[in-house]
Design a protein around this ligand. Structure first.
Ligand SMILES: Nc1ncnc2c1ncn2[C@@H]1O[C@H](COP(=O)(O)OP(=O)(O)OP(=O)(O)O)[C@@H](O)[C@H]1O
Length: 261
């Protein structure tokens, strides 16, 4: 389980302080999908970056992040590196920003395996192919040798997810993973997340500003606003009985969003 306790993150830029998170607490269990919703700038990505321990060095952080009973702050840099990839992985909005255009998809998955596992190149290739199957990339043998530009947007995002899950992490943080994709492809990616949850018992933190996405796959939802967690609960509870005026406003615009599903 990932526990985030009273997390505060601020950025000092010249003489201005931006309070990105103002004391946020939540948890993510294995085998569940938790969505974080909230408008742009509410602190969703910063929360993920804090869990991955990839905040810029000038960020000031307070509070605790505990992963399977281990305080992130008590780990050495090497232990943190092992945690990223082996236990927690992240998927971003733009697959093209993550994939190296000069390396084949297969080489990039193999590289991730070799960074974390002591296996031969052949074994790594087998593991890479099975990860490609796991994320339902058709014809993995052929795709293995292709470069990112030879893949559609949906397949590129699947390749990024293959890289993220190849070392069997327990938790996956997905920051707007379907925003760059069209509706049909988005749905397929959301179904894939559901399968990863069901078959591998993965805990998935899904950042989105799209309530249609939340309704589609999330078990629980956290509503963020200007660095604070306004409310959280089961999706049905929040959708049927929102407490906070901001959540009510968010839900009233849902008619437009849910039309796309
Ligand atoms: N590296 C950074 N340096 C300075 N300020 C930052 C940095 N990263 C985020 N912020 C600020 O922190 C606040 C929260 O940003 P964050 O990216 O977490 O929002 P978000 O909810 O993910 O928004 P979006 O939906 O647009 O991605 C914003 O005011 C943002 O400008």
């Amino acid at each position: 389980m990932i526990e985030v306790k009273n997390l505060k993150v601020s950025f000092q830029i010249e003489n201005q302080v931006i309070e990105a998170l103002k004391g946020v607490s939540f948890s993510l269990n294995k085998g569940e999908i938790v969505a974080i919703v909230g408008e742009s700038g509410s602190g969703k990505s910063v929360a993920c970056q804090a869990i991955m321990d990839i905040l810029p060095s000038y960020a000031k952080k307070e509070g605790k992040i505990i992963v399977d009973n281990k305080d992130l702050d008590s780990l050495s840099n090497e232990e943190k590196r092992q945690l990223r990839g082996n236990k927690i992985s992240m998927v971003f909005q733009e697959p093209s920003a993550v994939l190296n255009p000069l390396m084949t998809i297969g080489e990039q998955i193999v590289e991730t395996i070799l960074a974390h596992k002591n296996v031969s190149k052949n074994e790594a290739k087998e593991l890479a192919l099975s990860a490609m199957e796991k994320v339902k990339i058709p014809n993995p043998q052929q795709r293995f040798n292709q470069y990112p530009h030879e893949l559609s947007g949906g397949l590129k995002q699947r390749a990024v997810i293959a890289i993220a899950v190849v070392n069997n992490p327990d938790y996956l943080l997905a920051d707007e993973p379907t925003t760059a994709l069209d509706v049909t492809i988005s749905l397929q990616i959301l179904n894939l997340f559901n399968e990863l949850k069901e078959t591998l018992n993965m805990g998935i933190l899904l950042i989105t500003h799209d309530l249609g996405v939340v309704a589609q796959v999330a078990d629980r939802v956290l509503v963020m606003y200007k660095g604070e967690l306004l409310e959280e609960g089961k999706v049905s509870e929040i959708f049927d009985n929102p407490q906070h005026p901001y959540t009510k406003k968010l839900l009233s615009s849902r008619i437009f969003l849910s039309n796309s599903f």
